[in-house]
Design a protein around this ligand. Structure first.
Ligand code: HEM
Ligand code: HEM
Length: 352
């Protein structure tokens, strides 16, 4: 794609031997990346809110309860937290997720942390924003296997939820709706951000936040061309590229059956095209790739170097890049597990 060609043409000159000059390194990095902000004040424009919408504590509180509530699934067993565990970097640590009825899903669960900064959601970008995204797993047969009707009946059966929706959406005549469910979940997710990793502290001016090896890794990450695709605040998550632009990885890593963005656009050029994975907290979220086939971050970097940039990195460069990727681990959100509203006789019972 055009963006790729531009990025590859724009490699900065290789750094000189010896220690890296922190000021130059920071200036080069600042042209490609941004630190994670301490707080997201408003959700960017979306279909529900073309002008963008401010985050309110009431919506976030509601969204937190919904995120942790397994009664949002048909079985009463599976919540967002099941597959986006807030204690495990926002992911589930499985190759591909296990959902309703112990069904194995087709893809690895990406972290829900910092997802508000991605250009679009899912490995193939098929949901434009987090609110649209939240409607997916709730209804997916292999995830929560619920229906909007049963969800609304469940929420309306509990006075605790009725009160929370009312205070989160005071203007709304009928606040308990599927749209508002999605909207509240989206607002909670936008609080799941991880500022102040070593890389952020370095970008913000602390020369000593990263050690020499981590700095060498950042230099190599920029100079070998990883940043053609992995850039911006999330070090990825901004655009789509063929997985295997130089050489296709084996079918274990890139299964033939999942054609990625082709399933969204039906354009031949989009076969095996995926969103460049956001690399924030990547050290916490093994296994890797949409197939979840690779457990070792070092191996994931080696696969990228042969499949995406077509150079064999030296073993030292690989180690340095992995050390740099470790600096993308930020301050994890500290969440108090919500006490969830009490069920009533009207609450639909768990069903197989
Ligand atoms: C993708 C949130 C429930 C498994 C995502 C993404 C978000 C998210 C934000 C996109 C992240 C990205 O693209 O970087 C939620 C919320 C849920 C929920 C709010 C509850 C309503 C679940 C459950 C499972 C699951 C229960 C497992 C059974 C996955 C998988 C993907 C994904 C496999 C990737 C799907 C693909 O790319 O096709 N989720 N999730 N999620 N989630 Fe969830
Ligand atoms: C995924 C690192 C270069 C596009 C990944 C992942 C890592 C990574 C660790 C897996 C993340 C995860 O599963 O959570 C690197 C490094 C690079 C590099 C270190 C330089 C050596 C590139 C380039 C492109 C690219 C140049 C675009 C041409 C992608 C895509 C994915 C990905 C599309 C998702 C693949 C999938 O569908 O599973 N990268 N990357 N990467 N990267 Fe890179």
């Amino acid at each position: 794609s055009g963006a790729l060609a531009l990025g590859l043409a724009a490699f900065p000159a290789m750094a000189q031997e010896g220690g890296l000059d922190a000021a130059t390194l920071r200036a080069d990095a600042a042209a490609l990346f941004e630190p994670i902000p301490d707080k997201v004040e408003a959700i960017r424009k979306s279909e529900i809110s073309p002008e963008g919408h401010k985050i309110t504590p009431e919506k976030v509180d509601l969204g937190r309860s919904l995120f942790f509530d397994p009664r949002m699934s048909k079985s009463g067993l599976i919540s967002c937290q099941t597959c986006h565990n807030a204690g495990l970097g926002g992911a589930d640590g499985l190759p591909t997720s296990i959902g309703h009825g112990w069904q194995k899903g087709p893809r690895n669960a990406p972290t829900a942390f910092n997802s508000v900064f991605n250009v679009a959601q899912f490995w193939d970008g098929r949901a434009p924003d987090l609110a649209e995204q939240a409607k997916g797993p709730l209804q997916a047969g292999v995830e929560m296997h619920n229906t909007p009707e049963n969800l609304i009946a469940t929420l309306k059966s509990m006075p605790g939820y009725e009160a929370m929706f009312k205070s989160a959406f005071p203007e709304d005549a009928d606040p308990v709706s599927f749209q508002n469910f999605a909207h509240a979940v989206e607002q909670f997710e936008s609080t799941l951000i991880t500022p102040d990793g070593k890389f952020d502290l370095f970008l913000k001016g602390d020369d000593n936040a990263m050690n020499e090896q981590e700095k060498r890794g950042l230099r190599a990450f920029m100079d070998t061309g990883c940043t053609a695709c992995h850039n911006g605040v999330n070090v990825g998550g901004q655009d789509y590229y063929p997985f295997g632009v130089v050489a296709k990885p084996g079918a274990d890593v890139l299964p033939a059956g999942d054609t990625g963005r082709f399933q969204v656009t039906k354009t031949v050029d989009d076969e095996y095209v995926f969103r460049a994975a956001p690399l924030r907290n990547v050290a916490l979220t093994a296994p890797y790739f949409h197939s979840g086939a690779v457990w070792d971050l070092k191996e994931a970097v080696q696969i990228m170097s042969s499949s995406q940039i077509g150079t064999d990195l030296t073993p030292d460069q690989v180690d340095d890049i992995v050390a740099f990727l470790d600096t993308l681990t930020g301050k994890q959100p500290q969440i108090v597990h919500p006490i969830l509203p009490l069920r009533t006789e009207q609450t639909p019972r768990p069903a197989p």
